[in-house]
Write a protein that binds this ligand. Structure first.
Ligand code: MG
Length: 489
């Protein structure tokens, strides 16, 4: 599931990491498309700020008399910047009427605005002029108090070396090379064209594994912006900052997740390999499991005796496992569990009301840390034998879920049908994220006992719900329920 891949690396970039946890949107040459704006203009800088871009990219040249200018091409209106003096260059006007901006005038405005700066040092014909330019740029950015808000990019190996040696700031190389080679020469990140990453998709992970950041240019279509989000880009450099901000925000506020609930019938009908394979085949983010044994000794499930089902399944599925004991059973325990793709911040077990003094039941409830967000997930298995007990248990569990600190999903075996009052208790405040398929018994299902509920209801959408075909060869007496959901955080 693509949205799960939002495991952004933390950016070791000072102020440039202000919104770490999502890609940073870099307005390429400012926000220059609106009327009255122009590429690399001060207006484009102000516009980038006004649409909330995280950073602004600008291109820097040095004139023959050592004045720094902001412009993309080597020349402007036929005047070559590096061989012209400032008296000549100061007469030039951008398409929106502004003078060709000096870096000084640009930074004077930038220092009072919010976006960080991605400063591109252009490749001059004379490397010695680049050396002067780099020194002057670093000094000027320091004078304006912008050092902590600046990172550098360049195609020039000469400037790259100088920036790495002198700037004390992140330096991203624009000239594409392997992640290892970039690390060796001291780069802090790659700033490559999107086609380079698409041709070498493994580079993104390699860069992150090496502690390097991933900047991608020039990303202008919704599909390409989404590609960058899905591939964990740290920076998206774009001519469409408004669109990119919108898509990035949406991706971070809205996550697709797969939720599964499965009563395991204490392993009577299948061994751990088979049960784990069934879970893994669904690729879930969270699984509520019930009838979960730990170190028991049952005649009915000899092939699983002495095992801790949670650790066995967690290991086989690559998930985190959590256990909630309901009762002692033989030499071990019997209860419920949670498998999660995300680590838990907190796990609590609650004993459920038991006025009928029947077999004790529990709610296992955790707060989980997803990238940039927290999420509550719970597993339960209600009583089946006593009306008052089950009624009180439903009310207790419902109250626990609806008072959770974060969006919350409850899944389990409720030992009740959709029309019964116990289920109505949940439906009164929570959203049912399942379909109508019957789940028990697995060979010829007669009842729907397994549910997934969410709170607050307006934060959740059900995309689809899957219940396998009934079969006499099922791995449990319950069929699992698997729901693809969208959570709006
Ligand atoms: Mg540039």
């Amino acid at each position: 599931m693509k949205l799960r891949s939002l495991a952004f690396s933390l950016l070791a970039l000072g102020a440039l990491s202000a919104a770490a946890g999502r890609p940073q949107v870099v307005a390429h040459r400012g926000h220059w498309k609106p009327e009255g704006s122009a590429q690399n203009s001060i207006r484009a800088l102000v516009k980038a700020d006004s649409v909330g871009a995280d950073a602004v990219e600008l291109d820097v040249w040095i004139s023959s008399d050592d004045v720094l200018y902001v412009n993309h091409d080597p020349s402007f209106q036929g005047v070559v910047i590096e061989t012209s003096d400032s008296a000549t260059l100061s007469k030039l006007r951008l398409s929106n009427g502004e003078p060709l901006p000096t870096l000084d005038s640009y930074l004077e405005v930038a220092k009072n605005l919010r976006p960080d700066l991605v400063v591109e040092m252009k490749t001059h014909t004379d490397p010695k002029r680049e050396d002067v330019a780099v020194e002057k740029v670093i000094d000027m950015i320091a004078e304006k108090g912008l050092t902590d808000r600046t990172c550098y990019i360049t195609f020039s190996r000469n400037s790259f070396n100088n920036l790495v040696a002198m700037s004390g700031r992140p330096v991203q190389f624009l000239t594409a090379g392997s992640p290892c080679a970039l690390k060796q020469i001291g780069g802090s990140g790659a700033d490559y064209h999107i086609s380079v990453y698409k041709s070498n998709p493994q580079w993104i992970k390699e860069l992150h594994d090496l502690g390097l950041t991933v900047n991608i240019w020039t990303v202008d279509t919704p599909a390409d912006i989404q590609w960058c989000i899905d591939h964990d880009a740290d920076f998206i450099t774009t001519d469409e900052p408004e669109l990119a901000m919108e898509l990035v925000k949406k991706a971070c506020d809205q996550r697709e997740m797969k939720i599964m609930t499965y009563n395991l019938r204490f392993g009577e009908l299948a061994d751990m390999d088979r049960i784990a394979a069934e879970i893994k085949a669904q690729n879930p983010d969270f699984v509520a499991i019930q009838e979960v044994d730990v170190n028991t000794n049952r005649a009915a499930s000899k092939h699983n005796n002495g095992l801790n089902y949670v650790t066995e399944l967690a290991q086989r599925t690559g998930m985190f496992g959590y256990y909630g004991r309901a009762i002692d059973f033989g030499p071990g325990y019997y209860g419920v569990g949670i498998l999660s793709r995300y680590p838990a911040e907190k796990i609590e077990k609650f004993e459920l009301p038991n006025p009928g003094n029947v077999e004790p039941r529990v709610l296992l409830m955790g707060t989980f840390e997803m990238p940039g967000r927290k999420f509550v997930f719970a597993s339960t298995h209600l009583d089946y034998s006593d009306h008052e007990t089950r009624k009180q248990q439903a009310r207790f569990v419902s109250e626990k879920m609806t008072s959770a600190d974060y969006p919350a999903v409850l899944a389990g075996d409720f030992n009740a049908n959709p029309s019964q009052i116990y289920i109505k208790t949940f439906k009164a405040t929570m959203k049912d994220l399942t379909n109508t398929a019957k789940t028990w018994p697995a060979d010829v299902p007669k009842e729907k006992l397994d549910f997934i509920f969410a709170y607050p209801p307006q934060n959740f959408e059900l995309k689809s719900c899957f219940v396998p075909e009934p079969s006499a060869k099922s791995a449990s007496d319950h069929l699992p329920v698997v729901s693809d959901i969208i959570v709006n955080f």
